[in-house]
Design a protein. Structure first.
Lengths: 259, 279
């Protein structure tokens, strides 16, 4: 485990430098003001100020998930294009660990979206969102970032396997936004969908983030944070296993560079 | 009829035949491109599922607001928006001609690049139209929106104008991002979500300040969507006048696209940057 920390930190440093030179990693941020306008306009028109917090949080979660998925694909495609994918896979450090570190850096940078939405809400609608439960909010944000990066590694496996995996990456958006209750809480979805939703970490994150913006006390914070943590670990375990299987397959067939 | 007139007509017919031939072959190339990208399974459970859930995501906001009327408004707006999404995407896709190094060949060829790009992306228009119709038919029953056959068939030609107008904007965007291919996806995403925000997809255009409203009317989604809402009885809009306005807006964007390509070709030839794709 300790042996992985050095390459983990190295991968983070490298990605930070790459991010400075490649702003398209954060492409999704150009859509965030529009999302914010849509959600706030809808809640404002319906005269539902109680939903302003949810309307401002949803674009942030959409941006973060979008960044994580997009960047997972970009990293694998970039490594393949530059001819370093084979070398990266041949090193003793698991590729999943390197990917996690690199995705995490860009996902963290993606929290700029929060400033974007807060500003759009203030300038466009005169809405100022306050955070009555800052500790819960910050802890949820931190765990959610890690969960997103860990889960996005699963998508990276698809990119190793196929050059056209972009299709799947773009498809991994709205089904998750619906199941994850990004704007419409899981409780409003049909009963048969709810157990499935609870397996998606976003459903716990979005509920907890919304609650931390409400004045009422947040209940069962530890339990709900633990649920996100468990799903993060499970997500990364699935990602590492899937990536391991995919890499084993392409090494065996010698097709890594030709996929 | 003088022999000169006859010769001119024959020449025009030959030109038309040549253009149609270019479109046909380009369409074949576009079909092969699409086949390399999708199988029927990855299209259905990947791309189509994403579009359907996108419509569902926005329609469910109506449930959150506790209004069936809102559910239907959001459903229709977003079904039409996915037709725009599918056709606008020709922008970043077509601009990749430069990335692949085929742009100088396109400019050097005696045919205009427009029939080539039209042919290559013809399938996108058909696909956007079909996905939009399928999403409407699939989601209308669970969302409680009336599905009235054959009355709602009137929506089809209006939807076709929306597809055409957005295609024109997509081609215009291609002509712009040909000079900066790496910005293709960013510009496309920005423009689509701007339209989703201000063109009446989720809230009526009239909700916004006058300046934004004016901008919405020159974007190729507003009028077509108003015509469709009028036909469905969601608002008191004049169906055919709005559909005509949509067609005009589309024609204007197509004219701009032609100018954009002329500027790109001439500028690129003059300064020798035609095959330089930054990014």
């Amino acid at each position: 485990m300790e042996g992985w920390l050095i390459p983990f930190r190295g991968a983070m440093r490298f990605q930070l430098r790459a991010l400075r030179r490649t702003p398209t990693y954060l492409m999704v941020l150009v859509t965030i003001p529009s999302y914010t306008v849509i959600f706030l306009a809808l809640t404002d028109q319906a005269d539902r100020p109680d939903l302003f917090g949810a309307a401002v949080l949803a674009p942030v979660l959409i941006a973060m998930w979008g960044v994580a998925i997009w960047v997972a694909g970009m990293i694998v495609r970039g490594d393949r294009f530059l001819g370093v994918l084979e070398a990266a896979i041949a090193t003793p450090t698991p590729y999943s660990v390197v990917l996690l570190a690199r995705i995490l850096v860009v996902t963290l940078a993606g929290w700029v979206a929060m400033a974007e939405t807060w500003l759009t809400a203030w300038i466009g609608f005169g809405v100022v969102i306050e955070i009555p439960h800052p500790v819960t909010f910050v802890l949820t944000v931190a765990l959610t970032t890690l969960a997103m990066a860990a889960t996005a590694v699963i998508m990276a496996s698809a990119f190793v396997l196929s050059r056209v995996a972009n299709t799947f990456a773009t498809s991994a958006s709205y089904p998750f936004y619906v199941l994850g209750g990004v704007l419409v809480p899981v409780a409003l979805l049909p009963a048969w969908v709810q157990p499935l939703s609870r397996l998606v970490f976003l459903s716990w994150s979005s509920d907890l983030l919304r609650d931390s913006l409400a004045l009422a006390p947040v209940t069962n914070v530890a339990g709900r944070l633990a649920a996100i943590a468990v799903l993060t670990v499970a997500g990364f375990a699935v990602a590492a296993w899937t990536l391991g299987r995919v890499l084993h397959h392409v090494r065996e067939t010698g097709e890594l560079a030709f996929r | 009829m003088t022999p000169i007139t006859t010769a001119r007509r024959a020449s025009r017919r030959a030109d038309l035949r040549a253009t149609l031939r270019v479109i046909r072959w380009a369409a074949r190339a576009g079909w092969e491109d699409r086949k390399a990208l999708f199988t029927w399974r990855s299209w259905t459970f990947g791309w189509f599922l994403r579009l359907v859930t996108q419509v569902l995501f926005f329609a469910l906001i109506g449930v959150l607001l506790g209004s069936e009327e809102q559910v239907h408004w959001l459903f229709v707006g977003n079904v039409v928006a996915i037709a725009a999404l599918g056709t606008l995407a020709v922008g970043p896709d077509a601009s990749e001609e430069r990335y692949y190094g085929t742009l100088p060949l396109l400019v050097a060829a005696p045919s205009s690049p427009i029939p080539v790009l039209t042919g290559k992306t013809l399938l996108w228009m058909a696909e956007a139209f079909v996905t939009s119709v399928l999403a409407f038919v699939l989601l209308a029953p669970p969302l409680g929106h009336p599905l009235v056959f054959p009355d709602q068939l009137v929506l089809l030609p209006v939807l076709a104008t929306v597809v055409f107008a957005n295609y024109a904007l997509g081609i215009f965007m291609a002509s712009l991002v040909f000079r900066a291919v790496h910005l293709g996806n960013t510009v496309f995403n920005f423009v689509f979500w701007l339209m989703a925000a201000i063109c009446g997809v989720n809230v009526a255009v009239e909700f916004f300040p006058a300046a934004i409203e004016r901008l919405a009317y020159v974007l190729p989604l507003t009028h077509g969507l108003r015509a469709i809402r009028g036909a469905l009885g969601q608002a008191d809009y004049a169906i055919w006048a709005e559909a005509g306005a949509e067609l005009l807006v589309g024609a204007a964007w197509l004219a701009l696209a032609l100018m954009g390509f002329a500027w790109l070709a001439e500028g690129g030839r003059r300064d020798g940057t035609l095959d330089h794709a930054p990014g």
